[in-house]
Design a protein around this ligand. Structure first.
Ligand code: NAP
Length: 492
């Protein structure tokens, strides 16, 4: 059932009322709500998995794991809110006898206001309706309006019902969470342009993300759009490591590339190395491994069609040679793993070689020497991740290359593969443009809550009227920076 424009207006009005009410309810009730959402999701029966399987073609095991990850996100973000991490409370007490006198200044954060979430197709639980963007925005004290992803509407409804039950049981206002079906881009964009909305979370294509950034920037009061978009996640093949383990690395690489039919934003879509007998060996094993992979169903017909079209476009570029395609003829809706190569010199003159092909596709760039590898690296766009397959000796030998790589990505990986994204405080899932629209923030881990808050300073306020986190007695028992020292102690 689609939401009409009038329904959307009503939903946004309720979200605005809820925003004011949530602020008053305080931190501990918000934490309880987040834990209640986790429990409601945990209690959903097998229909969640079977529905998501039907809608996304993802295997049962993967979806069971993703459900656990989603529950963990709600619980661990709730723990972070309870610890006061996103409040970042700081207090500078008054020095009345200083010249001029220093007033009492205390800083905390408050929610931005109602947030619209555009979920991802490739994570129907962890990055969609009840996913990380929703959990982090609620953690920040913001009501959430989810734009239903058309790839999994029934799954989305099951998750929305779970959140709604938690909202009701926790005595939060109705507008705390809403679920909107949009028939047109115009309706979806109203969820970005409407004055009540104060921020947007998005995971998907570059085209979609940038369309929403444009809408947000055209508002009389532009708002942040945290868009996590495309990335080809380069893997750098360094010489000493290649000498030690070229074939083994190729096997591991193909495992990461083809996991989940390559439908991960951290899929390693490009490898870069210097021409050598070891690189030839790496390519040979890579080719053999790719040929063994059975084509598997992709998320939906549109994504399968997009994979095929983008792959054809890329391999039609000058200098690109297809080495291997998964050997079985793929049926409709399936993605066949593919590897191609090109020379560094071709990459340097053609931006099309770094277009994302969302699916199990890898391009291996063969550079003539270390200088060309550095030039290719400098040419790369911003990335979510970059991986070095290297020894300690390789790192010591290549400080300039490493410095360039660090400036290109949000996570730099040593002898591991990028496809697993751990949910924890030290994770940064984001990166320089165009991998995300704002490189300063992560969309995974409790720090993702910081996207939806803004700082607010209180000057000379009476203690009894300060928010709990800034009161002298520290009733929340959180870490605070008091006169430049991190402490849980009360003041005075
Ligand atoms: P998408 O096409 O970008 O759509 C994501 C969401 O944004 C959908 O709800 C979509 O609505 C909405 N949307 C897209 N363009 C819009 C516009 N101009 N105005 C208003 N709303 C808009 O992504 P997708 O459907 O999830 O997957 C398609 C492609 O995205 C993939 O082939 C892949 O390239 C990429 N992708 C990237 C990631 C990543 O993590 N970086 C993840 C998944 C997909 P409608 O569908 O209703 O149009």
């Amino acid at each position: 059932m689609m939401s009409s424009k009038q329904e959307i207006e009503n939903i946004l009005g309720k979200a605005q009322q809820a925003f004011v009410a949530i602020e008053k309810l305080g931190i501990s009730k918000r934490v309880a709500l987040m834990r209640a959402v986790a429990s409601e999701i945990e209690a959903i029966g097998p229909e969640l998995i079977t529905t998501a399987q039907e809608e996304s073609h993802l295997p049962e095991g993967r979806l069971v794991g993703e459900k656990g990850r989603t529950i963990f996100q709600w619980r661990s973000y709730a723990d972070a809110v309870e610890r006061g991490e996103s409040l970042d409370a700081s207090i500078d007490t008054a020095i009345p006898d200083r010249t001029p006198p220093k007033p009492d200044i205390r800083k905390t954060t408050v929610g931005l206001g109602p947030v619209t979430v555009f979920g991802a197709s490739n994570f129907p639980f962890a990055f969609s309706t009840a996913g990380g963007d929703t959990a982090s925005a609620i953690g920040a004290g913001c009501p959430v309006i989810v734009k239903v992803h058309p790839g999994h509407p029934k799954t989305s409804q099951i998750m929305a019902d779970a959140i709604t039950r938690a909202v009701q049981k926790s005595d939060f206002p109705e507008g705390t969470f809403s679920h909107v079906y949009c028939e047109t881009y115009e309706e979806a964009q109203l969820l970005v342009s409407h004055p009540i909305i104060k921020a947007v979370g998005f995971t998907g294509s570059n085209k979609g993300g940038m369309a929403l950034v444009e809408v947000a920037n055209k508002r009389p009061d532009p708002i942040p759009v945290y868009a996590e978009m495309g990335s080809i996640n380069p893997v750098f093949l360094l010489p000493e490591k290649m000498k030690a383990a070229a074939s083994e690395l190729a096997k591991q690489y193909v495992g990461s590339l083809t996991l989940g039919v390559g439908q991960f934003c951290t899929n390693p879509g490009i490898a870069i190395g210097v021409q050598s007998p070891e690189l030839d060996q790496f390519i040979e094993t890579f080719q053999d491994e790719i040929a063994k992979v059975s084509p598997a169903p992709m998320l939906n017909a549109g994504i399968a069609k997009g994979y095929k079209a983008n792959r054809e476009k890329l391999v039609a570029q000058s200098g690109v040679n297809v080495l291997a395609v998964a050997s079985t003829e793929p049926s409709e809706g399936c993605g066949a793993a593919t590897v191609a190569t090109a020379l560094g010199v071709d990459f340097l003159i053609n931006d099309a070689l770094q277009e994302e092909v969302f699916g199990p596709f890898a391009l291996i760039i063969k550079c003539k020497d270390a200088d060309e590898m550095l030039a290719v690296t400098e040419k790369l766009h911003g990335q979510l991740t970059a991986t070095l397959l290297a020894t300690g000796g390789d790192l010591a030998e290549n400080p300039e290359l490493i410095a360039v790589i660090q400036n290109k990505c949000g996570r730099i990986i040593f002898n591991n593969f990028p496809t697993g994204v751990e949910v924890c405080k030290s994770m940064h899932h984001g990166g320089p443009f165009p991998s995300s629209s704002n490189a300063q923030y992560t969309s995974v881990g409790p720090d993702s809550i910081k996207r939806f808050v803004r700082p607010l300073s209180f000057q000379n306020w009476p203690d009894e009227f300060l928010p709990e986190e800034l009161k002298n007695s520290n009733p929340l028992g959180i870490w605070r920076t008091v006169n430049n020292e991190l402490t849980k102690s009360a003041i005075g």
